[in-house]
Design a protein around this ligand. Structure first.
Ligand code: NAD
Ligand code: NAI
Ligand code: ISE
Length: 344
C-alpha cells in the first residue's frame, strides 16, 4: 500500500516536494495538507488535482487516519511543535531543515523519539543523496586519497532578500555544509571560527556577507567554508577534499558548452531547486522505500539534526566573538547507530 503523506506548510519547498511525490516518485500519495494560509493549501490541492483533505491545522492533519507520514515544510520556527505532535501520535516524519530552531528544541525531539521506541524522523539534509558528494565519500572511504587533511568549499547564492540576517548564513545556509562535511570525512567537529572579509557592496546594510568559516575536526582536519549569499552570478556549490595522496573534488553540474561572441563557456545554475533536484528525488524515494520495505527511515536522523544545531549555535557565537569557539558534541546514543548511508 502507498505511504500516505500529510503536508504541513504548502509554500515554496512544500509545493516542490508535493510535485515530486505525486509526479516523479513511486510508493506514496499526498492524502492531506494544511497551511496557516488555508487558501494556499486549498489552491495547491486543486492545482495538482489531488484527492487530499485540507485540514485546519497540524493537529487535525496528524490525527487523520490516512496520514502515515507527516511532511513538515512550514517555516523553521514551526517545525518543533509539529514534529513532537507527530512523534507522540507514532507517525513517521520528514522534516525540512532545521529540525528545530534551537538545540534545546532538537534535544526535546531526540528524547521524544527515543521514548517512543523506534526511528520515525528523517531530516532534509539532501546533500547526502547527491551523486557528486556520494562519489567523493566513496573515494574517501576507500582510502583513494589517503587520510583527509584539509577541505575547501563554497556555498554561494546569487542574492538574498531583506529577511535574511547574518546568523542565517550559519543556521540556514551553512547548515548544509555542517551536516555534509563531517559525514564526508567521517570525523567530528572540535571548533569553529568565523572571519569577515571585505563586505560586498551588494549586501544589504544589516547583513555581513561574505563570511569565512573555519572548522577543525577532532583528528585535526582544517575545513574552510566560504558563505557568499549575494555573489550575483549564480547558485554555486564547491567542495574539495585534500588528502595525503590526492584530491577529490565535487563535480560541476553538467551544462551545454558554448562558443559565442568570442567566448567559450558553460552556464551556471541559478537556484538550489535545480542544483539539488536529483538529490531531493533520491532522499524522498529512499524515505518512502525504507518505510514501505523496512518499517523505518534510514536517512539523516533527528540526531543529525541535533548535532547540526549544536554546531550551528557555536557558529553563531563565533560570529560575534570572532574567536575560536569549542563545539561540545554529546555522545551518539546506541538508538542512533550509524545509518546505512554512513556505513556504505
Ligand atoms: P515558505 O515560506 O515558502 O513556505 C512555508 C509555508 O509554511 C508557508 O506557506 C506558510 O504559510 C506555512 N506555514 C508556516 N507556519 C506554519 C504552520 N505552523 N502550520 C502550517 N503551515 C505553516 O518557505 P520555504 O522556502 O518553502 O521553506 C520551508 C522550509 O524548507 C524551511 O524550513 C526551509 O529551511 C526549508 N528549505 C530547505 C531547502 C533545502 O535546500 N533543503 C531549501 C529551501 C527551504
Ligand atoms: P515558504 O515560506 O515558501 O513556505 C512555508 C509555508 O509554511 C508557508 O506557506 C507558510 O504559510 C507555512 N507555514 C508556516 N508556519 C506554519 C504552520 N505552523 N503550520 C502550517 N503551515 C505553516 O518557505 P520555504 O522556502 O518553502 O521553506 C520551508 C522550509 O524548507 C524551511 O524550513 C526551509 O529551511 C526549508 N528549505 C530547505 C531547503 C533545502 O535545500 N533543503 C531549501 C529551501 C527551504
Ligand atoms: C535555503 O534555505 C537552502 O536550504 C538552500 O539550499 C541554501 O542554498 C540557501 O542559502 C538557504 O536559504
Amino acid at each position: 500500500m502507498n505511504l500516505g503523506f500529510g503536508v504541513v506548510g504548502t509554500g515554496a519547498i512544500g509545493q516542490e516536494h508535493m510535485k515530486r511525490i505525486t509526479r516523479k516518485l513511486t510508493g506514496a500519495d499526498i492524502v492531506a495538507v494544511t497551511d496557516v494560509n488555508q487558501e494556499l493549501a486549498g489552491n495547491i490541492v486543486k492545482e495538482l488535482n489531488l484527492n487530499a483533505s485540507v485540514h485546519k491545522d497540524d493537529t487535525e492533519l496528524i490525527n487523520d487516519p490516512n496520514v502515515k507520514a507527516v511532511l513538515v515544510t512550514s517555516w523553521g520556527p514551526a517545525h518543533e511543535g509539529t514534529v513532537l505532535k507527530a512523534i507522540e501520535a507514532g507517525k513517521f516524519v520528514f522534516v525540512e531543515k532545521p529540525l528545530a530552531t534551537t538545540s534545546e528544541g532538537c534535544e526535546r525531539i531526540v528524547t521524544a523519539e527515543q521514548e517512543q521506541g523506534k526511528r520515525l524522523v528523517q531530516v532534509g539534509f539532501m546533500r547526502r543523496y547527491d551523486s557528486g558528494y556520494l562519489q567523493m565519500k566513496e573515494a574517501i572511504d576507500n582510502n583513494f586519497i589517503g587520510e583527509p587533511l584539509m577541505v575547501r568549499c563554497s556555498h554561494r547564492n546569487p542574492e538574498v532578500g531583506e529577511r535574511y540576517t547574518t546568523d542565517m548564513a550559519i543556521l540556514d545556509t551553512l547548515i548544509h555544509e555542517i551536516d555534509t562535511l563531517h559525514w564526508l570525512v567521517g570525523d567530528d567537529y572540535k571548533s569553529i571560527q568565523v572571519t569577515y572579509p571585505k563586505k560586498s557592496s551588494r549586501a544589504l546594510e544589516h547583513l555581513k556577507d561574505p563570511q569565512i568559516v573555519t572548522f577543525e575536526t577532532k583528528s585535526g582536519i582544517i575545513m574552510h567554508a566560504e558563505i557568499f549569499v549575494n555573489c550575483q552570478f549564480g547558485y554555486d556549490i564547491q567542495c574539495e577534499v585534500i588528502g595525503e595522496e590526492g584530491v577529490v573534488k565535487l563535480p560541476e553540474v553538467p551544462s551545454v558548452g558554448y562558443r559565442k561572441d568570442g567566448v567559450r563557456g558553460y552556464k551556471i545554475l541559478q537556484d538550489w531547486q535545480h542544483r539539488f533536484n536529483d538529490a531531493f528525488n533520491n532522499e524522498f524515494q529512499d524515505f518512502i522505500d525504507s518505510i514501505n520495505q523496512k518499517g523505518e527511515p534510514q536517512g539523516p536522523s533527528s540526531w543529525d539534526g541535533y548535532i547540526a544545531s549544536v554546531t550551528g549555535d557555536a557558529g553563531v557565537r563565533a560570529q560575534t566573538s570572532e574567536q575560536v569557539e569549542v563545539i561540545e558534541l554529546p555522545d551518539r546514543p546506541d538508538f542512533y547507530k550509524k545509518t546505512k548511508l554512513e556505513e556504505s
